[in-house]
Structure formats: structure tokens, C-alpha cells
Design a protein. Structure first.
Length: 354
């Protein structure tokens, strides 16, 4: 049974004015519930949109990283060329053409090069002459206290080092100008110190001297001259000071192009040298072609071809040692006199201005 108060409330609600108020209240309650549901929906949508924005932001950041990497990669390749690599107007060769002509390009080397005097007897005699120094070479295979130079380096190893040591001791230069420094500098300084009483005035031209600075000491730096600049920015007078039996050592960028160090070497420095100066050029292979693996790596160097053209019908520069030629054409002779040069061949050629 309802209480009197409950009965009174029921009767009051049935009264017309009160009923309207109750209905309005119930409607507002329902409307409020709908609004709350809408708010919850909007909040959920807002959270979803925030999550989507966050995901889009992460994606945008990832795309920016990829874009920056792509730009860096494009920048690494330099400016857009006049024509694509491999085009007949491009200095970069077509790998398709190389593969098509590989039997001819990488055929067994000929014994002679038209127009180039290989000075075979002169080369063999120089090998005999420097072989007397071979027996007391005590350089370690790996880095060792007391030596700057060691054979197992990735730039100027075994045969290259032996020929440099032998020719320095044979020619006994007063001056050496080295262009392109590093492990060859170590051999030069060790040879100068151990066998030549530090009598050589050493000049180094190296636009990226970090390796050289890491390999030599402060005491070394006090005794030598270093030009941390490009070869083509060095005045010709530096090279004109070289006299008979002095050495110009070149390990260049290996690329002939407008304004290059290679062009400066062949067109200005070599003609300015005095008679009797020895010239070393690195990464030169017989028969004036780069190793197949380098071609497959698409290095596209061309210094070697310019050197061949320079030597053709040119009696003013004599080949005195061509290590890769000796390995390919006189390996037994080389092995008998400079064994490691036959088993661990290098890529050095030595000229002398007549």
C-alpha cells in the first residue's frame, strides 16, 4: 500500500500544469542524455582524429627523412649531367657496351704498344740496380712501433712501396714533391730517415691531409712542408725547383676534366720540369687499361688514357719502371730480383724527363 505522501505526489503529477512541467523535465533529461551521447561521440571522434594526426605527423617526419636522404643521394651524384651516363656524349662509359666488347677490352695484353717506347732493357736494368736494396727491407706487414710504413695498407702496399724505396735509394734525390699523401709519405719519410740521413727536402701537396696527419708525428711535421690545397692551386715554381735526380711523386684524382689536377699535371707541370727529374704516377696498369673490377665498379677514371697519349711518340719522357708491365711480361725476371713485387703487384709507373 502506498503511503499518503506517495499518493499525494501521484495526484499532483496528474494535475495538468504539473504534468507539463514533469514532461518538460523528462524531455530535458532525455535531451541531456542525447547531448551527452553526442559529446562522447565527438570526444571519441576527436581522439581518433588526434591519433590520425599523430600518425600523419609520424608519417610526414618519415617522409621528410626519406626526402632528405634522397636529396643527399642526388647531391652526392652532383649536378644533372648534359646527357645520361653511358650516352655517347658522356665521359661515363656504357656498361652495356663494355660487356658487349669485353673480350676485346680485357684481352691478353700485347707485348708492345704502338708509339710507346717501353724501354724494356732500361726497365730490367733498373730492377737489377734497385734489387741490391731489397735484401735489407725490414718493413713490417702490419703497423708496428718504430715504422711509419707497413705493407698491409689499402692504398700503397708491397710493390708500390718497394719500388719507391729502391728508386729513392738509387737516385738519392735532394728534393721530393709528393702530390697525394698518405702511406706513400710514410715510405718516403722512413727511407729518408733510415738510409738517406734525412737528406731529402720533402714537400707534400694534399688537399685532404687528415690521413697524412694521422700517420706522421709532430716531429715529422716540423721537418717537412705541407700544402693542404689542390694541386692546381700550387704555383709552378714549386716544381721548377726540382733538379736532376729529384722526384715528383703523383697520386692524383685520376680524372682529366676541365680545371682538374690531372690536366694541370700533364699540360703545365710536366713540361716545366727540368731534365733528369723522376716522375712517379700511381694506379697505372698495362696495357694502359684499368683493372676489370675497377671498370665494373664504374670508377670511370681516365688519367691512364691521357698518359698513354702523352707517351706516344714522345722521346722527352722515358719509362724507367712500369711495375704492372713487368709483372705481366717479365714476371720470372721480376720474381728473381724483387720477389714480393711479382707476388704482390702494384700500379706504379716511373718516368724520367730526358
Amino acid at each position: 500500500m502506498e503511503s499518503p505522501i506517495s499518493l499525494l505526489k501521484t495526484q499532483i503529477k496528474k494535475a495538468a500544469p504539473i504534468k507539463r512541467l514533469v514532461d518538460q523535465r523528462d524531455g530535458l533529461i532525455n535531451e541531456r542524455a542525447d547531448l551527452l551521447a553526442q559529446i562522447r561521440g565527438l570526444l571519441e571522434e576527436t581522439n581518433r582524429l588526434h591519433s590520425e594526426i599523430d600518425a600523419q605527423r609520424v608519417q610526414a617526419e618519415q617522409m621528410q627523412v626519406a626526402l632528405d636522404a634522397s636529396r643527399a643521394e642526388v647531391a652526392w651524384f652532383g649536378e644533372v649531367p648534359f646527357v645520361p651516363n653511358g650516352h655517347f656524349y658522356s665521359p661515363i662509359p656504357s656498361m652495356a657496351e663494355i660487356h658487349r666488347d669485353q673480350e676485346k677490352l680485357f684481352a691478353a695484353p700485347p707485348s708492345e704498344i704502338p708509339g710507346v717506347d717501353l724501354n724494356v732493357e732500361g726497365q730490367l736494368q733498373l730492377v737489377r740496380d734497385i734489387s741490391q736494396y731489397y735484401k735489407d727491407l725490414s718493413f713490417p706487414a702490419d703497423k708496428q712501433e718504430g715504422f711509419r710504413y707497413y705493407y698491409n695498407n689499402d692504398a700503397f702496399n708491397y710493390s708500390d712501396g718497394v719500388f719507391l724505396n729502391g728508386i729513392l735509394r738509387y737516385a738519392r734525390p735532394k728534393r721530393v714533391v709528393e702530390v697525394g699523401s698518405g702511406y706513400s709519405s710514410c715510405m718516403l719519410l722512413d727511407t729518408n730517415e733510415r738510409w738517406l740521413e734525412n737528406s731529402i727536402d720533402c714537400t707534400f701537396i694534399e688537399p685532404y691531409p687528415a690521413l697524412l696527419n694521422r700517420l706522421i708525428s709532430d716531429e715529422d711535421r716540423a721537418r717537412i712542408t705541407v700544402y693542404p690545397t689542390r694541386l692546381q692551386d700550387v704555383d709552378l715554381s714549386i716544381f721548377q725547383k726540382l733538379d736532376k735526380n729529384d722526384v715528383l711523386f703523383i697520386d692524383s684524382t685520376h680524372v682529366s676534366r676541365i680545371g682538374s689536377d690531372v690536366n694541370y699535371l700533364f699540360f703545365e707541370i710536366l713540361p716545366a720540369l727540368k731534365h733528369g727529374v723522376y716522375i712517379h704516377i700511381h694506379d697505372i696498369f698495362y696495357p694502359f687499361e684499368y683493372p676489370r673490377v675497377w671498370v665494373e665498379e664504374r670508377r670511370a677514371w681516365n688519367e691512364l688514357y691521357l698518359l698513354r697519349a702523352f707517351l706516344q711518340y714522345n722521346p722527352n719522357f722515358e719509362i724507367v719502371a712500369f711495375s704492372d708491365y713487368l709483372v705481366k711480361m717479365h714476371k720470372e725476371f721480376l720474381a728473381a730480383h724483387l720477389p714480393v713485387c711479382a707476388s704482390r703487384p702494384g700500379g706504379n709507373i716511373w718516368l724520367r724527363k730526358q
